[in-house]
Design a binder for this molecule. Sequence first.
Ligand code: HEC
Length: 131
Amino acid sequence: MKLQITGVITTIFLMNNVFASDGEALYGQLCASCHTSNAGVKIAPPIFAVVDHVRQAYPQREDFIAQIIEWVDEPKAEVALMPGAIRKFNLMPKLGYSQNDVEEIAEYLFDKDTVLSKEYKEHKKKGHGSH
Ligand code: HEC
């Protein structure tokens, strides 16, 4: 009986993790492979740096979301907010993702900002964010 209950609780916990935030799951599938926040391999700027730049330029939630959608739909060097990142990593490729998916990701990234900012501050403290 005890075991069964543990099993049920575990299942609920796992389901919650999967369905808690589609944006988070989609971000993991579609963006995290390049925008990793671990300090190892570097093929793109870490996501908290990206969010920080976009958010400074577009502090309103709707504008932020619109900007992410437009960018992912077609990255263009002329309008990039992070020209230094293009020099370092080359322009982000056009990925052909569905706008719905990207919208959910953008919402997730905006709403998660407090967490991301904390990471970013630590990143800056270590002197990697000064460009
Ligand atoms: C194949 C690797 C790759 C994937 C996948 C990827 N990106 Fe990027 N992204 C990059 C690189 C490289 C840059 C830095 C160069 C640049 O700005 O184009 C970048 C830059 C950005 C920027 C900054 C744009 C600017 O104004 O300079 C945003 C915003 C962004 N990515 C969002 C996303 C989102 C959201 C996803 C997932 C839907 C995603 N990226 C998936 C490689 C990737």
